[in-house]
Write a protein that binds this ligand. Sequence first.
Ligand code: ATR
Length: 275
Amino acid sequence: MAETMKAFVIGHPIAHSRSPLIHGYWLESHGISGTYERIDIAPDDLERFIRNLPKSGFVGGNVTIPHKEETCRLVDRLDEAARAIGAVNTLWLDGGAICGGNTDAAGFAADLDVHASSWRSAKSALVLGAGGASRAILHALTTAGIADIRLVNRTFARAEELSERFGTGIQAHHWQDTNDLASTSDLVVNTTSVGLNGQGEMPLDVAQLPANATVVDIVYTPLQTPLLAAAAKRGLKTVDGLGMLLHQAVPGFERWFGVRPQVTDRLRGIIVADI
Ligand code: ATR
């Protein structure tokens, strides 16, 4: 009988993670003898958990908040995306070496390729937010060759810091300048939770965007954010954040279990039912 392959997602807290639903669905639909479990790891226990991986019996796993950045410092090898983004979301073993990668940017790109395939030829992208999630989006946009990226953030210094980190092509702008930038931005990506649960006010008025603009919100709780609702009402193309979540899971599953899984409407429906 085939040995059961074990994978995990670590975070703190971890109960909210939908990754077990995604990987559990793929394991079952491919008839793979494997498990994917949530493990709550407190920050003080992260180093021990990671360094122990070669002896743990796990084939690998995912890393989520608050461990993505710290994990960069604890692995033996980083892939190019993890190095550029400064965060690890996927771990695997190669011989005795602990390897860390980041699939968030690739997941974002793969989902847009499905739902808004013209995104790669955007002339100017407007990115809202300069936190951890924003770094993956900036990596995806620069890798796709989008030459003009406008980054706005409530705390301007964080936007400046990221524009320096990622180099040419990304200009930091002030939060209150969002609407001035909108009329010449044909791709908008919101990486913040602003406007949800009474937190702050969305600085972007979708009426300012060109008619061919695509609006992406990488937040997926709720699936239809106020920003996406307003953009759809104006007839703009919209993309929610669930597809990125599903697509970022594909490379990890393939590495651990040896099968490249598909992102299907059925899988999407299972996660939507859980949101
Ligand atoms: P994540 O990993 O989800 O990106 P984060 O690193 O905490 O989380 O970043 C959150 C982002 O949302 C930041 O860009 C933050 O702006 P600041 O850098 O000014 O903190 C932004 N954000 C969160 N709440 C906000 C609000 N009420 N108004 C404006 N921006 C907000």
